[in-house]
Design a binder for this molecule. Structure first.
Ligand code: ATP
Length: 819
């Protein structure tokens, strides 16, 4: 490395330090002040100076050293040539490092030198870097040089040592220089980077300055624009205000005009509405009146027929009484004739006795008065005449008695015939009356509608903590002894004052009949017995009880009063529910109709829908009872692989009911100690047949479904948990679906488009709902205040059901006045 290079690098390094601001200190050697630092060449110069001083022949100067390595110098000093060998020259020229002693200039490989030294005959010295010079020294000794050569040998040894020192220093220096050179390179790079960065920053600054200038100019322009815009805006605002004012004036005018036109239109519409309302009202009123007239006619027809029938029955009774009287008279006459005959017979006997006595008298007279024959003959002749007369009279009396007897017999026979004939007539008449009754009854039932709804309010229990609702009852329009509407008092939050309640009342709920808590199961059955009757006439009837849990469904449907044998005939039924009473009525009717030529058969099933699955309540209780399946398409209720049980007597039916009631799912809840957890259905199929002669028959096929639905319940209030809560959920879902089905039927939907099949309950009821069926729903209601919400909800459900009235006019006996 040349001085200038070295200095330049040192300067650069120093520069890089300041220019970059790099805080890392430079290595010690580099940071030395320039004057203290010596390049290797300078050091070599020192050495050559010292060499010149110590021995001539070494004509080195600084310029000659330049471009040779220290090794070359050492070699040249041993050879005394003062010049490097051509090999060395070539080495120097071949290597870039050879031109200087700068970093990277390595001496010739030592291994190579050592290899050469192994060929020497002298004992090997410890291997040092000076081995080469050892070799040279040996070689010069061998060459047999003079005494000067000995001096030179001493010098050479010094030189070797010094060279060794130099070599060490050189190595240190070289390391320092390598580090310094690397530092320098790095600094140079860093400087370059810093410079570039400065240049970039300056360029960026210039750009930013330009941008700033641009922005300032832009701002100025924008400020001007804003001002222009403001002015413009102000101008536009004024214009707009003017326009608005004009528009407002215009719109106000138009609006006034529109209002005027609107009020004209409104008046027109109101006039039309009034006309329409008048017309519709009149039409509706006329229709209503017409319907009412028809109903009144039907009623009066029914009542006049009933009166006629009653009169006819009275007349027939009178005739019967007359005939009975005649019969009685004939019997009396016969008795009298018999008495007469007996009298005559007595008389004859008496006369015979008298004749005998007279004969005896005559005999004794003959004996007493034998002499006086003429007198005697005369007397005897008189007496014989008397006797003959008496005999004649006795015979006549006997004949008369016989005649009277015959006449009486004839009269009795004739009376008997008349009675028989009359009986026959009466029977025929009764059959005809039965047919008439059947038809009239059908008409009345049709007028009442397919789905009829009645409501029953259970009496409160004995618990004094129960607060009863103060129901407001509405009398039936047609029968003031009955109720047909009910209003429920309510309480709601005060609109302004929090926590305060205000009294309210529901609108009236109107049904065909409302049974208040005083009504008994007998009252209920009296009202619906006609429906049971219509099953005998071949109708499909479905009576079901719907309502909140504990509202009295099972009581109304199934209650069986205990029999202790002390009741009189009226009390015998106690407060029996619909099922026990229907059972009795059906078998009584079977007997009654038998007298009119009908033969009936009854068969039944008692089923249960539990958790949406159908089970036979008569099947033996097993761990896993068999589920049944309703045939979906049939119009009649048909169940796959299930037979109905023939019921020949009332006892058979009684036994069936008892078995089913024992098997039914019941659980205790907060709301009812024995809450029904399933829907139970008693199905009775009643078939009648009457011979018409010629092998022909008249038939009737009726079905009676008596359904006790499980109670709708709030799972929270019932306190049910686990399985019982799940039962409650299933019950509520199936009842909700029943409500949906009833609503859809009420909207006039065809049965085919109503979804019966989603729930077993509705699937089961399918044949009993809709056309050709008579459905009676009892909505059962609790009398307690705490259940008011559920009561209203049940009544709303029932109102929906009441809308299903295919073929009927619905309940016409609306409420009249509050009681
Ligand atoms: N008309 C009534 N007269 C006297 N007691 C009644 C009357 N109705 C219901 N009860 C009594 O009220 C209680 C609940 O009646 P019931 O079991 O019939 O209710 P439910 O509606 O069938 O209830 P669930 O749906 O839970 O089966 C029973 O103790 C029953 O005896």
């Amino acid at each position: 490395m040349s001085d200038s290079q070295s200095n330049a690098r040192a300067q650069q390094s120093a520069m890089s330090q300041t220019a970059n601001g790099v805080k890392r200190p430079l290595s010690q050697s580099v940071s030395q002040p320039d004057p203290k630092r010596k390049t290797l060449a300078e050091k070599a110069g020192d050495f050559s100076g010292r060499a010149n001083n110590s021995g001539a022949g070494y004509g080195f100067n600084r310029s000659t050293v330049k471009g040779f390595s220290l090794k070359d110098v050492a070699k040249s000093s041993t050879t005394g040539t003062g010049l490097p060998t051509s090999r060395h020259t070539s080495n120097a020229s071949n290597s870039s490092y050879a031109s200087s002693v700068g970093p990277g200039n390595r001496p010739t490989s030592r291994s190579h030198i050592r290899a050469r030294s192994t060929t020497s005959t002298r004992a090997a010295r410890p291997a040092t870097s000076m081995g080469t010079r050892e070799d040279n020294k040996v070689q010069t000794g061998q060459n047999g040089q003079n005494g000067q050569n000995g001096q030179n040998g001493q010098n050479a040894t010094d030189i070797d040592e010094r060279l060794g020192k130099f070599e060490n220093e050189f190595q240190m220096m070289k390391a320092l220089m390598d580090t310094a050179a690397m530092d320098k390179d790095r600094h140079v790079e860093e400087l370059d980077i810093a410079k570039r960065r400065v240049t970039q920053l300056e360029a960026r600054k210039a750009e930013l300055q330009d941008d700033l200038d641009d922005a300032k100019r832009g701002l100025l322009a924008a400020t001007r624009d804003v001002q222009y815009l403001k002015d413009d805006l102000e101008k536009q605002r004024r214009n707009h205000e003017d326009d608005c004012e004009i528009l407002v004036r215009k719109h106000t005018r138009e609006l006034d005009e529109e209002r005027r036109l609107l009020s004209i239109e409104k008046e027109k519409h109101q006039a039309l509405l009034h006309q329409f309302e008048d017309k519709c009202g009149r039409e509706a009123e006329a229709q209503r009146e017409q319907l009412e007239r028809e109903l009144a006619e039907q009623r009066s027809r029914v009542s006049s027929l009933r009166q006629e029938k009653d009169l006819e029955v009275q007349r027939l009774n009178l005739q019967l009484q007359e005939r009975q009287l005649q019969l009685k008279n004939a019997d009396e006459e016969l008795r009298k004739a018999k008495d007469q005959i007996e009298d005559h017979e007595h008389t004859i006997l008496r006369l015979n006795a008298k004749v005998k006595q007279l004969e005896e008298n005559a005999k004794s007279l003959q004996e007493a008065y034998g002499s006086s024959e003429n007198r005697k003959d005369h007397q005897i002749g008189d007496m014989s005449r008397q006797l003959q007369e008496l005999e004649r009279r006795a015979e006549a009396a006997e004949r008369a008695a016989e005649d009277a007897k015959k006449a009486a017999k004839k009269t009795i026979e004739a009376s008997h015939e008349d009675v028989e004939k009359y009986k026959l007539q009466l029977k025929e008449k009764l059959v005809k009356e039965e047919e008439k009754r059947h038809k009239l009854f059908e008409q009345v039932q049709d007028l009442k509608g397919n789905v009829r709804v009645m409501c029953r309010i259970r009496p409160p229990g004995r618990d004094p903590s129960e607060v009863p609702v103060d129901f407001e009852y509405l009398e039936s329009e047609y029968d003031e002894d009955k109720f047909a509407g009910v209003v429920i008092p309510t309480e709601k939050d005060h609109p302004q004052e929090e926590g305060r309640k205000v009294a309210g009342r529901t609108p009236p709920f109107n049904f065909e009949r409302i049974f208040d808590p005083q009504c008994t199961n007998k009252d209920v059955f009296d009202e619906i017995s006609q429906l049971v009757q219509s099953v005998m006439d071949g109708k499909r009837v479905c009576i079901f009880c719907y309502g909140q849990t504990g509202s009295g469904k099972t009581y109304t449907m199934s209650n069986q009063s205990p029999r202790d044998g002390d009741q009189d005939e009226d009390e015998e039924d106690g407060d029996d529910g619909i099922i026990p009473r229907a059972k009795e009525m059906i078998f009584r009717e079977v007997e009654r109709l038998r007298a009119l030529g009908w033969e009936y058969s009854v068969e039944g099933s008692y089923l249960e829908v539990y958790k949406n699955k159908l089970y036979d309540l008569l099947a033996p209780r097993e761990a896993t009872p068999r589920t049944l399946e309703v045939k979906k398409v049939s119009d009649e209720l048909e169940i796959k692989d299930h037979d109905f049980t023939p019921l020949r007597t009332e006892d058979d039916l009684e036994y069936m009911v008892r078995t089913a009631e024992t098997n039914r799912h019941v659980a205790e809840t907060n709301m009812n100690r024995a809450s029904s957890r399933s829907h139970s259905i008693l199905v009775l199929k009643i078939r009648g047949r009457k011979a018409l002669g010629d092998g022909k028959y008249k038939t009737r096929e009726g079905t009676l479904n008596l359904i006790d639905l499980a109670g709708s319940e709030s799972v929270g209030r019932s306190g049910a948990t686990g399985d019982v809560a799940e039962e409650g959920r299933q019950i509520n879902m199936s009842l909700t679906h029943l409500g949906t089905v009833l609503k859809q039927l009420g909207e006039g939907r065809k049965k085919e488009s109503v979804d019966f099949s989603s729930y077993t309950l509705t699937q089961l009821l399918r044949p009993s709902l809709g056309e050709k069926c008579r459905t009676l729903m009892f909505v059962m209601v609790s009398p307690l205040k705490e259940n008011t919400k559920e009561t209203i909800s049940s009544l709303k459900f029932a109102e929906n059901a009441q809308k299903v009235k295919q073929g009927g006019g619905g309940p016409k006996n609306g409420p009249k006045k509050t009681r």
